[in-house]
Design a protein around this ligand. Structure first.
Ligand SMILES: *[C@@H]1O[C@H](CO)[C@@H](O)[C@H](O)[C@H]1NC(C)=O
Ligand SMILES: *[C@@H]1O[C@H](CO)[C@@H](O)[C@H](O)[C@H]1NC(C)=O
Ligand SMILES: *[C@@H]1O[C@H](CO)[C@@H](O)[C@H](O)[C@H]1NC(C)=O
Ligand SMILES: *[C@@H]1O[C@H](CO)[C@@H](O)[C@H](O)[C@H]1NC(C)=O
Ligand SMILES: *[C@@H]1O[C@H](CO)[C@@H](O)[C@H](O)[C@H]1NC(C)=O
Length: 492
């Protein structure tokens, strides 16, 4: 009760200080003074600002210099899987333009860069007996260029591009998968660990398993929703993460002094009726079946969430069948009044992030360090550099992270804008753009141009948050000038 009261008290103080003129990023939708009023302040000194990409989405050069085929090469080359039958054969051509990418990051004043290693570029067949010299050289060059520019690499080992040869053995359904991944990760620690001190084993296990081995909308396109394959792929992924973690902890951490973790994605579920227990429990199940599924074994009990075990075990016994979505026993939807984006599944609801961060803190321990490794919004395919929707998104979301840090004492250490530039958006191809930089995919040189959101992100990074709007000294009567406010429409 005390812990529930404290944030409420602090937020009352907050609203007293801005009570005269609360500012809302989305005034027509999110205008609750308690919840939505903009909060001015800065992040802790050592807060990390990052931006991110992933190998298949940007590199191109899909068959250059001995790179092996991966499941996204295969999946995107089959007609009908991707919007417009797009593929990542060239993408942003970052295999050849990585130096430009480094300068984009540098120009924004961002000091961290999260990218992923392409397993089949380093190990064309997935196994350590056949490494590629050219692949190794590419990542050595990228890492060195980042360090020369004062940018710290944050490296994801697996961002969805499994070597095809491993998929042919069964991929994540193969019980030898954890060993294969462990060997690959050890190879990466050996090759890059002298310069890389931040490792992520897997990006978004929920997507890998539910979309890849369940719905089949993502590579490898397996339709396993009506059976237990979603659960088996998740189980092997967790074992692979654990092995890799142990390898790093035992053999590398002592000398390389880095950290290693996992990137988990989660929607935020609010109860439809907060006073109804059935409704509150359903929202919690949404969380447990999405985040808890992976976070509970790693950060809590070493086992799946109790409610997930109950539901899945009960249905296995009762009907002999599992179905990930039906096992959850929830009905969920998005409110039609919320703003939209370029992606059907995505609507900005800034206060949801603050609530989710608090939920994570309450579930997994007060001090658990949280790195936000991706956050961003899509727009439809357009060459508009004046991307107001993205500017508003970053202002409001980062502001909610600031509230979580300053008002709720959530231990958030890093924020990462997704994405550095427009890129291959998986099954949506190039029809949706998430970039801070615009990429012209019709030009063979793939030129990159900063959007307004890149300028705004650079400003937030430079200020380490949001400075109080200045009142004009010449004319103190005027309310804070719109030019000093993070009001998207007025800044540029
Ligand atoms: C405040 O938000 C609600 C929706 O939450 C909306 O119906 C209402 O029109 C908004 N008020 C203003 C003044 O825009
Ligand atoms: C290794 O992968 C390459 C490219 O994907 C393929 O051509 C070759 O046959 C594979 N070699 C073995 C030994 O599987
Ligand atoms: C993993 O590496 C070990 C040691 O290098 C090797 O003996 C083993 O065969 C490898 N496993 C696989 C599945 O490639
Ligand atoms: C990591 O290694 C240290 C010893 O170097 C050990 O104390 C610790 O328990 C290990 N962590 C885990 C989670 O296994
Ligand atoms: C709580 O919500 C459930 C599901 O909508 C409903 O069946 C039940 O009647 C509600 N209980 C109360 C006390 O309103």
């Amino acid at each position: 009760m005390v812990t529930a009261f404290l944030p409420a008290l602090l937020s009352m103080l907050l609203h007293m200080s801005v009570a005269q003129d609360p500012y809302f990023v989305y005034p027509e939708v999110f205008n609750d003074t308690e919840r939505d009023a903009f909060y001015y302040g800065t992040f802790p000194e050592d807060f990390q600002w990052s931006t991110a990409t992933s190998s298949y989405q940007i590199e191109g050069a899909w068959d250059a210099d001995g790179k092996g085929v991966n499941i996204w090469d295969t999946f995107s080359h089959e007609t009908g899987n991707i919007v417009n039958d797009d593929n990542g054969d060239v993408a942003c051509d970052s295999y050849n333009k990585y130096e430009t990418d480094v300068s984009l990051i540098s120009n924004m004043g961002v000091k961290y860069y999260r990218f992923s290693l392409s397993w089949s570029r380093l190990l064309p067949n997935g196994t350590i007996d056949n490494p590629s010299e050219a692949g190794l050289q590419y990542y050595n060059n990228l890492i060195d260029a980042l360090l020369e520019n004062g940018i710290t690499p944050q490296v994801t080992l697996y961002h969805w591009d499994l070597p095809q040869d491993i998929e042919d053995m069964g991929g994540f359904l193969f019980d030898g998968f954890p060993e294969l991944f462990n060997n690959y990760s050890k190879y990466c620690f050996e090759q890059f660990g002298d310069r890389v001190q931040f490792w992520i084993t897997f990006n978004e296990p929920w997507v890998i398993t539910v979309l890849g081995y369940g719905e089949g909308r993502f590579a490898p396109g397996i339709n396993g929703l009506e059976d237990e394959r979603v659960y088996i792929s998740a189980h092997n992924l967790l074992l692979a993460h654990a092995l890799s973690y142990q390898t790093y902890n035992t053999s590398f951490r002592g000398t390389q002094e880095g950290v290693i973790g996992i990137t988990l994605n989660c929607d935020h579920f609010e109860p439809y009726d907060p006073s109804n227990e059935t409704s509150v429990d359903a929202a919690d199940r949404g969380f447990q079946f999405m985040l808890g599924w992976f976070a509970s074994p790693i950060f809590k009990t070493g086992d799946y969430p109790e409610v997930m075990r109950e539901k899945v075990d009960f249905k296995s016994a009762a009907v002999g069948l599992n179905h990930y979505y039906k096992d959850r026993d929830i009905i969920s939807w998005q409110d039609e009044s919320w703003p939209t984006s370029g992606s059907e599944w995505l609507r900005p609801v800034p206060w949801g992030l603050r609530n989710l961060l608090n939920k994570i803190k309450n579930e997994y321990g007060d001090d658990i360090p949280i790195y936000i490794t991706e956050n961003g919004i899509s727009t439809e395919d357009t060459d508009n550099l004046d991307d107001t929707t993205r500017v508003q998104y970053y202002q409001s979301y980062i502001n909610e992270v600031l509230k979580a840090v300053r008002l709720d004492n959530v231990n958030v250490k890093c924020y990462t804008a997704w994405s550095l530039m427009d890129n291959f958006e998986w099954a949506s191809g190039y029809s949706e753009r998430f970039g801070l930089h615009y990429v012209d995919f019709s030009d063979p040189a793939r030129p990159r141009t900063p959007k307004d959101s890149a300028t705004e992100y650079a400003r937030i990074v430079a200020d380490n948050g949001f400075l109080e709007p200045k009142v004009s000294t010449e004319n103190p009567e005027t309310t804070p000038d719109s030019a000093d406010r993070p009001a998207s429409a007025a800044i540029y």
